[in-house]
Write a protein that binds this ligand. Sequence first.
Ligand SMILES: [Zn+2]
Ligand SMILES: [Zn+2]
Length: 139
Amino acid sequence: MEVSHTQVLRERGVRITPQRALIWQALSESGRHFTAEELWERVRGALPGLELSTVYRSLEALREAGLVVESRLPEGPMVYEARSAQHPHLVCGVCGRIFHPEDPRLCSRLLELLGETPEGFEIRELHVVAKGICRDCRA
Ligand SMILES: [Zn+2]
Ligand SMILES: [Zn+2]
């Protein structure tokens, strides 16, 4: 385990366990979106006996520390990635790959606009997903 990975956890006040350190490393190094099951498959070889429920609990701890974002995509489980804020996703309906728009500010702009509603409603989650066909699949 590299020092730099656990350093980030320590700075954010996350109690470090081997599970959390490994899951954080997998997420931050790949830069990809993973379902909890995919992460489990990826790291369980390094931590025999690792339970899927522990993966979920570790993701929750990382999410609470502002290191991981949980996103809901249509017709699928939650996906997790090493990012600090909710942001829009573009999902290819052919290959299933997930893309980010060049300008990630749509969610924060929407939250600003929605925040001006007078009902005192508190927004906890905002998921913005566009479905389409990526360049590779169109070719
Ligand atoms: Zn994303
Ligand atoms: Zn595609």
